[in-house]
Write a protein that binds this ligand. Structure first.
Ligand code: ACM
Length: 528
């Protein structure tokens, strides 16, 4: 019986085998090139773009893709190369960049400049995903660079390069920022951070579409920028930091390198020399800057408000003028920040006299002055900017005097505030800033009298009394920085915590892949 059955089993014929092979290859083909395309509306962006609309069709980014940039437009090859480098890391492809005078062939990315009524402002952009191409269009290279960050988020670096095609549904993204100034401040005075650390911060900022990095270059504990006409500022004043470590400073060449690195990411460096208070490092370096002619010791503690430049001495203004002259020469950006906060050892009339005099110097050198909100007590130049950190009434006074404000309220936007009572790093004088608290506010809703038209933008400062290295910086900065990015970019009516926390949670693989040791807030549904 068994034998008989075996004998009657039909032989496979060659045509059947051929058919099976063909079927196998067809199925393989379909599964490789026709994977279910990801819906762009379900993709995870921070900051959330203004609009994302999906349509029919799908775009496939495969291993043979290239980034084409419009021929003959200055800077586009560099932007294309920036994108290709990032995509090659996230996808495992070897995407190259080419200039083109024509619309490229199917399956490529195309970066092009052009006027389009749908594209708003210098930083606005449009991404058009079709069966054929992924086109990024903007009016200015700056807009292309912001759009490049959105493309990076379409193909994110989660640390596991797939090296296979990515299919995404056809879509149009239209996007532009809510506020023109979106910044972070890094205090390099209380603890000094070298060029490579600052570049890393700049890279973080670029990914979330920030456009300013404010460097707090001088304070009681250290002077961090080389001033050739006053060399002891760095030789002595830069030689220590909080806790007594060795400090450091940027040579003018290093500072220029940072400015250029930031500029290549369309980020402007805003240098701050804090005056007339917060000046112990300068006073310790030059006895003649002190009213009594005696230099104090260097300071490595964390108190504030005890130092002041000598308001009555002529040499004070020679000093400030020299510092500003050299700083302006190496600062292509429009702003010089003169500090002005917590000058508790300067008489009020002296403070006002000093700020007005230094404000004139800044404008006479072709720059726009920024000062912390206390500068509102002085008469302000119509273009001066007040940085609101502590007092509503100062911000409103500045607005009354015609100034715009950068909004950095300590209780919402200070990156050095602890997350909660168990956070080891950071301070808590302005309260705790959990991730939801840092996200759930709007610059134009803080108080009556500070409206959107009065606000240049938002900045999140990181004071460095308690942070000594990049890991510690990143723990306080992440994930709150992403929230400040979205507050600055995404229109307020489109923002809400319940939606944001889910998107933030989905950034966990990217943050981990970037080696960022972020605060794993229990309020966020982090994706493993
Ligand atoms: C500041 O936090 N002293 C501006």
């Amino acid at each position: 019986m068994y034998r008989a059955m075996k004998k009657t089993k039909p032989k496979r014929r060659p045509t059947a085998i051929l058919f099976l092979f063909t079927l196998f290859f067809v199925v393989m083909q379909i599964s490789c090139t026709q994977q279910i395309p990801t819906n762009v509306q379900d993709m995870n962006f921070i900051p959330q773009p203004v609009s994302v609309d999906t349509t029919e069709g799908a775009f496939v980014l495969g291993g043979k893709a290239m980034v084409f940039v419009q021929e003959g437009q200055e800077g586009l090859v560099k932007i294309g190369q920036f994108l290709a480098t990032k995509l090659n890391k996230s996808t495992g492809f070897q995407i190259e960049v080419k200039e083109t005078s024509k619309v490229p062939r199917k399956g490529n990315i195309y970066l092009t400049l052009g006027n389009d009524p749908a594209i708003v402002g210098d930083e606005g952009y449009q991404i058009d995903v079709t069966n054929k191409l992924l086109t990024l269009k903007a009016t200015k290279p700056e807009g292309l660079f912001r759009g490049v960050q959105t493309i990076r988020q379409l193909f994110p670096d989660n640390g596991n390069t797939r090296q296979e095609a990515y299919a995404i549904k056809a879509a149009t993204i239209n996007d532009a920022p809510s506020y023109t100034y979106r910044g972070m401040m890094l205090d390099v005075s209380r603890h000094f951070f070298g060029v490579e650390d600052v570049k890393k911060v700049i890279d973080h900022l670029a990914y979330y579409k920030f456009n300013h990095l404010h460097l707090h270059l001088s304070d009681d504990q250290g002077w961090r920028i080389e001033i050739k006409s006053w060399p002891n500022l760095t030789a002595h004043g830069g030689s220590t930091q909080v806790g007594g470590g060795e400090g450091g400073y940027y040579t003018q060449e290093q500072y220029k390198e940072l400015v250029a690195y930031a500029a290549s990411r369309f980020i402007t460096i805003v240098p701050e020399i804090d005056m007339p208070g917060h000046t112990n490092a300068a006073l310790a370096s030059y006895p003649e800057l002190n009213c009594d002619g005696k230099a104090p010791e260097l300071y490595t503690g964390t108190e504030v408000g005890f130092s002041s430049l000598c308001i009555d001495k002529e040499i004070t203004y020679e000093f400030v003028d020299d510092v500003l002259t050299e700083l302006v020469e190496i600062t292509p950006g429009p702003y010089i920040h003169i500090g002005g906060d917590e000058s508790h050892s300067t008489k009020k009339e002296d403070f006002i006299y000093f700020i007005e005099k230094v404000q004139d110097m800044v404008f006479s050198k072709g720059k726009t002055m920024i000062g912390w909100d206390e500068v509102a007590h002085a008469e302000l130049h119509p273009k001066s900017i007040a940085q609101y950190w502590s007092k509503d009434e100062n911000a409103k006074l500045a607005i009354k005097k015609g100034a715009k404000v950068i909004v950095s309220p300590g209780k919402y936007a200070y990156l050095d505030m602890k997350y909660d009572s168990t956070t080891v790093l950071g301070l808590n004088w302005a309260g705790y800033i959990e991730v939801d608290h840092g996200y759930s506010w709007s610059p134009d809703q803080l108080t009556e009298g500070i409206a959107k038209e009065n606000i240049l933008g938002i900045e999140a400062p990181l004071w460095s009394e308690t942070v000594t290295n990049m890991d510690e910086i990143e723990y306080l900065v992440f994930p709150r920085l992403l929230g400040y990015a979205e507050i600055g970019w995404t229109p307020a009516p489109q923002r809400n915590w319940e939606d944001y926390k889910v998107r933030l949670g989905k950034f966990a693989p990217q943050l981990k892949a970037a080696g960022i040791d972020y605060y794993p807030s229990a309020l966020v549904p982090w994706v493993e």
